[in-house]
Design a protein around this ligand. Structure first.
Ligand code: AMP
Length: 281
């Protein structure tokens, strides 16, 4: 496994690899890796693309500085895990390498209304930061494919919108969410939870499944209220949203129509840790 810290060195190496005739797949991460991240690399290898992973905790996408400061960092273990699943290249840039003109440099991309819904509403500026870093990383790596996790459903949509606007010739592959045995979506943030909270947090998945089972039988607004109440009873101290929405726009639906796809999305805090999850029906 080769590790690069500088864009120029990475690009020189990638240039040589083009002669291998294999297509490349890029897996951007913020480290503190778990099976969810590793599945993206494994999917890339299964698709016969050579995998390039990056680890970069991007300061511009954290609207809460305390969340950035507490973001777990386990770099030695991350490298071991990537090596074990057969990752060939890891890009580990510094903040200066990604933002040579400093963090205050302005960036704006008009993503339309998708940017301001759900995650965008509760984390203002978050998706601008996500697009800023992913655009820079994609321009550095120039992959054929980009592998993202469905766990961050809205992020996948926002990044696809950014790639369309910028006309980047990259194909997005969305990989299903990897879960703990109790249903909790794997997340680097789970490391900050006590074992009890980790168990309680599985209520998010249970409530999503309950909504799925009851769609069409109860009005959507009742399902949302019942799920929020259940999460509060379990011990979630704050619920940003439980939403039943159209997958293409994330606009909340008013009435369930069995002919149309819906996505159920949740964001809630337990032990001060913000967890998100979703399920497409
Ligand atoms: P992060 O390090 O949280 O920025 O995540 C890096 C990538 O891993 C993103 O594309 C995430 O959607 C994906 N990812 C995170 N958790 C999971 C999971 N449990 N299952 C599948 N993909 C995931």
């Amino acid at each position: 496994m080769v590790i690069f810290h500088k864009i120029a060195a990475l690009q020189a190496w990638l240039q040589q690899q083009k002669t291998r005739g294999k297509k490349s797949g890029f897996v951007p991460t913020m480290g503190a890796l778990h099976k969810g991240h590793l599945t993206l690399v494994q999917q890339c290898i299964a698709d016969e693309n050579y995998p390039i992973a990056s680890i970069f905790v991007n300061p511009t996408q954290f609207n809460d500085p305390a969340d950035f400061a507490k973001y777990p960092q386990t770099i030695a273990q991350d490298l071991r895990l990537l090596h074990n699943v057969g990752c060939e290249v890891v890009f580990l840039p510094s903040v200066d390498e990604i933002y040579p003109n400093g963090l205050k440099e302005s960036y704006y991309i008009d993503l339309g209304e998708i940017e301001n819904r759900l995650e965008g509403f509760f984390r203002p500026g978050h998706f601008q930061g996500v697009c800023q870093v992913v655009e820079r990383l994609l321009k550095a790596v120039e992959p054929d494919f980009l592998y993202l996790g469905q766990k961050d459903f809205q992020q996948c949509m926002v990044i696809q919108a950014m790639m369309n606007i910028r006309q980047l010739p990259v194909r997005l592959i969305i990989v299903p969410t990897v879960r703990e045995a109790n249903g909790l979506a794997m997340s680097s943030r789970n490391m900050r939870l006590s074992p009890t909270a980790r168990q309680k947090a599985s209520a998010i998945y249970r409530q999503i499944q309950l909504i799925k089972a009851q769609l069409g039988k109860k009005p959507v607004e009742v399902l949302v209220i019942e799920a929020k109440d259940a999460l509060t009873r379990v011990g979630f101290e704050k619920i940003d949203y439980v939403a039943i929405a159209e997958p293409a726009t994330l606009k909340p639906i008013e009435k369930y129509n069995a002919e149309e796809q819906v996505v159920v999305l949740v964001a809630a805090f337990i032990e001060g840790v913000r967890l998100i999850d979703n399920f497409v029906l």
